[in-house]
Design a protein around this ligand. Sequence first.
Ligand code: G3P
Length: 215
Amino acid sequence: MELYIDTANLDEIKRAHDMGVLDGVTTNPSLIAREGVAYEQRLAEICEVVSGPVSAEVIATDFEGMMAEARERAKIAPNIVIKLPVTPAGIRACKALSDEGTRCNMTLCFQAMQAWLAAKAGAFLISPFIGRLDDISTDGMDLIHQIRTIYDNYGFSTKLLAASIRHPRHMLDCALAGADVATVPFKVIDQLLKHPLTDVGLEKFLADYRAAFGS
Ligand code: G3P
């Protein structure tokens, strides 16, 4: 499973990148808005740090507007992936852009047939939102399992990118379900390495070493 970070915060992106395990970045308008910098400027700054796919979402909701914005965003760097909502205009733009060789990430996916249409339109990534489904008392993981089955049944190459991940348990379930990519906030990357027995064990190793060999 590939690891993307879901943020537009440069410091968090650099810290995750420095760990050497980061495969890409996803952003959205809400994440960039909270950074207080120009939209395209931040996307360019992210692409200077990360060479893997960087998702850049369009703001337009009509086909022509999406295409115009996508072409501008694609000029920022070769690793930009155009992020589009799974609406009729978004699917149409995905098909047109994919046919031109521009990679697309179809976002705001909340039911499996949206993912099926995205794959038919040639999407590079599909982004089902687990946490937001859990938030309304449904099981977001069901959607991951359904999309995995549909994509495997028909041999679609669209990558299943699990999004809206809130905690390490989501990550574990995504890995077991066969998600191709998980995109997570920095906090969750940090949480993945936390275990009290790791901390206690390390403390004891160091204490035993100091007792036997000095500091
Ligand atoms: O970037 C899309 C997605 O990961 C958003 O997550 O936590 O706002 O539901 P969240």
